[in-house]
Design a protein around this ligand. Structure first.
Ligand SMILES: C[S@@+](CC[C@H](N)C(=O)[O-])C[C@H]1O[C@@H](n2cnc3c(N)ncnc32)[C@H](O)[C@@H]1O
Length: 215
């Protein structure tokens, strides 16, 4: 099964550096891939979120690469890792341990392929860790996960709890409706980035993306 998933990912993606972190090579479905224009019935993946590098994840990874001290010697958990860029950035900047987590097995397979491409070591898993105490981690990364209101409610409540228990929570987000004004008022803005034009075009007109720390 793993072999099958790996070869499907390799067949349908291309290595891209056309994003906010060009120092990371990532296998993605890009406009140069036949799948980009394929009809729904011709796509061999269900909801391939992992095949795109979301603006929130781009901001988190950019922030980590520019601020290595935010992860150095720390234990990092990347929830909803998608293509794995946040985890790869943390591993590159000398995190002590990196766990890339996503409930989609295609995402963790893509993350392992991308980790190898960028010559970093990390661990992956597919458990649903939302609600977990995260005792074994110092910092939780959230890249672009506030796209759904109901899910955002559950996610924020949990992040709030683990932050109150001393975990650092870093959230990358381009302005999704789930990261409400009220929630943003509970966070510190760490960075704002202008998205490269390709990324902006591929992301419904989002032109910027931000990184927040939950207070
Ligand atoms: C919008 S994508 C963002 C991916 C990546 N962080 C980025 O910014 O490029 C959201 C990801 O969250 C994953 N996801 C959804 N619910 C999850 C859960 N309960 N636990 C872990 N991952 C989850 C999805 O499979 C998907 O890969």
């Amino acid at each position: 099964m793993l072999k099958e998933i790996t070869s499907l990912i390799l067949k349908h993606t291309l290595v891209s550096r056309r994003h906010l972190t060009p120092e990371l090579a990532l296998r993605l479905i890009t406009p140069d891939c036949p799948l980009w224009r394929a009809g729904e019935g011709d796509v061999p993946f269900k909801d391939p979120f992992w095949a795109f590098y979301w603006p929130g994840g781009q901001a988190t990874a950019r922030y980590i690469l520019d601020n290595g001290e935010s992860v150095k010697n720390l234990r990092i958990l990347d929830i909803g890792c998608g293509c794995g860029a946040g985890s790869i950035a943390a591993a590159k900047m000398n995190a002590k341990q990196v766990l890339a987590n996503d409930i989609d097995k295609y995402a963790v397979t893509a993350t392992n392929i991308n980790a190898e491409l960028n010559k970093v070591n990390l661990e992956t898993n597919t458990d649903n860790l939302i609600g977990d105490d995260c005792e074994h981690f110092d910092t939780i990364l959230i890249g672009d996960m506030f796209y759904d209101e109901e899910f955002a409610n559950v996610l924020f409540k949990w992040l709030d709890r683990i932050s109150a228990n001393g975990k650092t929570v870093l959230i990358g987000d381009p302005g999704r409706h789930g990261l409400t004004e009220k929630r943003r008022s509970r966070m510190t803005l760490l960075a704002q980035y202008k998205l490269p034009s390709d990324s902006a075009m591929e992301n419904n007109g989002f032109t910027h993306s931000t990184v927040w720390k939950l207070n």
